[in-house]
Design a protein around this ligand. Structure first.
Ligand code: F6P
Length: 326
């Protein structure tokens, strides 16, 4: 943007490993252009609450390896109201801030789209372990979340095998099964249940049971949190049909553990590239876009195209997982 001098940066929605690397990249990229940079605390709530702090290069030192977000994050229902956004914009303008970088997932980028529609310059950076943003192949945080899930699967496999049991592992993913799909394939799961692909508890149980009949000493089901066949439904079904299934079943729900990791190298590099690209985008005069990585290239997609859309996991890969589990 011509004449751009001051930007603000915030992290919003569910935290994701690599958010800090993105904050560092935005800050240092902007300082390298002699812009001023302000951190906003606690996401959009901090915009409303006027929680700003100016950042220098040393303020973002020693954070590239830290999970979570040093800026804090929050869900902010007031920001969905026109009045809330007007108050936020008034606070930004009162400080002379020209543009805002929003690091977050789908809900957060919906907030970015509203703000840009109402006249403030915003660039979004995709960050969510769920990896469900349109206009981007892999979002910041999901590689770490997959690896945490995979480590749990690998550990559970050893005890499952020792005791000749089946395990159902539930990982995060409310609307999108990307983590379950990738960790399930990498972990050699017998069955994977996703929100994108309907399975009944009887189908999951049949796959576990068939694995035993084929001579397996254990069987693993990886279940996304948002799958219709959840771990509760599976346990219930199992309770009624234990004898016909063969294996004993144990359930492990990973929950927020999946979000709490030290970012992998891939997430740190992705966050650094996308954070720097957000600054370059603003410098080139563009805003109201999401900066994403598509087929290995940095691309921008208008926030208006992203708003209200979701990128589902590729359920066609379930067939690959099925064949590999024979
Ligand atoms: O950030 C995405 C996500 O981790 C989803 O996978 C999960 O369903 C949700 O956030 C949990 O949200 P909260 O932390 O608000 O409970």
């Amino acid at each position: 943007m011509p004449g751009l001098k001051k930007i603000a940066v915030l992290t919003s929605g569910g935290d994701a490993p690599g958010m800090n690397a993105a904050v560092r990249a935005v800050t240092r990229g902007a300082l390298a252009r002699s812009w001023e940079v302000f951190a906003v605390r606690n996401g959009f709530a901090g915009l409303l609450g006027n929680e700003f702090a100016q950042l220098a290069a040393r303020d973002v030192g020693g954070i590239i390896q830290a999970g979570g977000t040093v800026l804090g994050s929050a869900r902010c229902p007031e920001f969905a109201e026109v009045g809330g956004r007007a108050a936020a914009m008034a606070n930004l303008r009162a400080r002379g801030i020209d543009a805002l970088v929003v690091i977050g997932g789908n809900g957060s980028q919906a907030g970015s789209a509203s703000l840009s529609r109402e006249g403030f310059a915003v660039v979004g950076v995709p960050s969510t372990i769920d990896n469900d943003l349109y206009g981007n192949d892999v979002s910041i945080g999901c590689d770490t979340a997959i690896n945490i899930t995979l480590e749990a699967i690998d550990r559970l496999r050893t005890t499952a095998s020792s005791h000749q049991r089946a395990f159902a592992v539930e990982t995060m993913g409310r609307n999108c099964g990307y983590i379950a799909l990738m960790a399930g394939i990498a972990g050699g799961a017998e069955v994977i249940a996703l929100p994108e692909h309907e399975l009944k508890p009887a189908d999951v149980a049949a796959r576990l049971s068939a694995a035993r009949e084929r001579g397996k000493t254990h069987a693993l089901a990886v279940i996304a949190e948002g799958a219709k066949c959840g771990v509760h439904e599976l346990m219930e079904y199992y309770g009624a049909h234990r004898r016909s299934i063969g294996f004993d079943l144990r359930v492990t729900r990973l929950g927020h553990v999946v979000r709490g990791g030290t970012p992998t190298a891939a997430d740190r590099v992705l966050a650094t590239r996308l954070g720097a690209a957000a600054v370059e985008t603003l410098a080139s005069g563009k805003h109201s876009v999401l900066v994403g990585m598509v087929k290995g290239e940095i691309v921008t997609t208008p926030l208006s195209e992203i708003d209200g859309r979701m990128r589902p996991a590729d359920a066609t890969l379930l067939e690959l997982a099925r064949v590999m589990a024979i």
